[in-house]
Design a protein around this ligand. Structure first.
Ligand code: G3I
Length: 369
């Protein structure tokens, strides 16, 4: 069996529940309650969430919120190489197939994350490829061809290569792929993906490029080189794991520079934290121990501004969409990964919409010239 056979719950009462949520959440703030049936209905471009599919289909409350708010879905982990091909010659398509099935059933776009990422390369590939770069080059080509053509016409776009630059600054990250194949592995990955599905929208995806202009410039230089050499790149993914104190002006500047390429722009992994970290696992610095009312309001404003910047700066034809990286504080990757207690998403631990949710909604609904 490829698909889970359970039926998804009917959610006829969801609109009523959401309206109650909205009024409850707005009670203690100056914000006017907004009655809406979900983020996706307020948006001109796709609104997505990244999620663990197993968790999603086994949690009726989570699924009801996912269905009512989002029309695009990304797998947080289930479509990475270490999940698809954990052992040589043994492809595990079940989870990806389940996502496709779920998305079709609920009219959602599937976004593929990701094809090549140093952090999700299976051990067996690293061991074999380290001694044989000719094998590795052939393996990468076959893997991308096989994977992308399996979902041709069904996965709308792909993060073809993820995080190929160092966390900060403009240097290529010295990953297993870079060390064995040179920087040409990036261009080749795009070529192979395009060969397998000429209609798929192909992205380069990275973090901190909204705040580190040296890193952003390096990515834009790569994009320029790709264009000169006819490498099929169609989009730039801003992961947008941001912090409350990242100035909106820098984010606006970076979005503008990226949009000038004419490529699609995807805010691909959005969340907003209060505390800080050093980009390393367990590298969190806990500065705030509780989420105060003032912090909730400030976060709502930050979310609203982010959506507004996206709408104002990125031309409509380049708006691939905004994707939230998990949408509840209960499920966020931030706390486990950085060993923090933070509140980065738009729903709280009890799956209630936060003011941040209404910030996003307002950002989507406000009329702009
Ligand atoms: O599925 C296994 C489960 O069987 C096992 O019991 C459990 C025990 O640890 O692990 C589960 O896998 C975990 C997986 O998430 C699913 O929850 C992995 O250990 C864990 O490493 C994995 O972490 C993901 C991480 O990428 C690495 O793939 C995070 O959920 C996911 O949020 C994170 O996403 C990345 C983006 O891909 C790229 N940008 C940064 C972003 C956040 O780190």
């Amino acid at each position: 069996m490829i698909y889970k056979t359970q039926s998804y719950p009917q959610i006829k009462i969801i609109h009523v529940i959401l309206i109650v949520f909205f009024f409850t959440a707005c009670k203690n703030s100056s914000q006017k309650p907004i009655v809406e049936t979900g983020l996706k209905n307020a948006s001109e471009f796709p609104i997505g969430t990244a999620i663990n599919i197993d968790k999603l289909i086994n949690d009726e409350a989570l699924m009801a919120l996912q269905i009512s708010n989002f029309n695009s879905i990304t797998a947080t982990s289930d479509m990475k190489m270490n999940k698809i091909l954990p052992v040589e010659n043994e492809f595990y398509w079940q989870m990806a197939d389940t996502i496709l099935y779920y998305a079709k059933k609920h009219n959602q776009r599937v976004f593929g994350h990701n094809l090549i990422w140093h952090s999700s390369t299976p051990k067996w590939v690293e061991e074999k490829g380290a001694n044989d770069s000719i094998w590795l080059a052939g393996f990468m080509k076959d893997y991308i061809h096989k994977y992308v053509s399996r979902y041709k016409g069904k996965v709308a776009g792909w993060d073809v290569v993820n995080e190929a630059f160092e966390s900060s600054g403009g240097a290529y990250r010295k990953t297993f792929w870079y060390n064995n194949l040179g920087k040409e592995y990036i261009a080749n990955a795009f070529r192979y993906a395009h060969e397998a599905d000429p209609d798929a929208v192909l992205f380069y995806n990275d973090f901190n490029i909204e705040r580190d202009t040296t890193k952003l410039n390096a990515v834009l230089k790569m994009v320029e080189e790709f264009k000169m050499n006819d490498v099929p790149i169609h989009g730039i993914g801003f992961q947008m794991h941001i912090r409350m104190d990242i100035p909106d002006e820098i984010i606006a500047y970076s979005l503008k520079k990226a949009a000038e390429t004419g490529l699609q722009i995807h805010l691909s992994e959005v969340d907003i934290i209060f505390n800080t970290h050093n980009d390393e696992r367990l590298g969190g610095i806990q500065k705030y121990d509780e989420l105060t009312e003032a912090m909730k309001i400030a976060q709502a404003e930050k979310y609203k501004n982010l959506v507004l910047m996206y709408r104002r700066i990125v031309p409509k034809r380049q708006q691939f969409g905004i994707t939230f990286w998990d949408f509840t504080d209960r499920d966020t990757w931030i706390n486990g990964f950085f060993n923090l207690n933070d509140w980065p998403t738009i729903y709280d631990n009890n799956l209630k919409p936060k003011l941040a949710y209404f910030g996003v909604l307002e950002g989507l609904k406000v009329e702009i010239e």
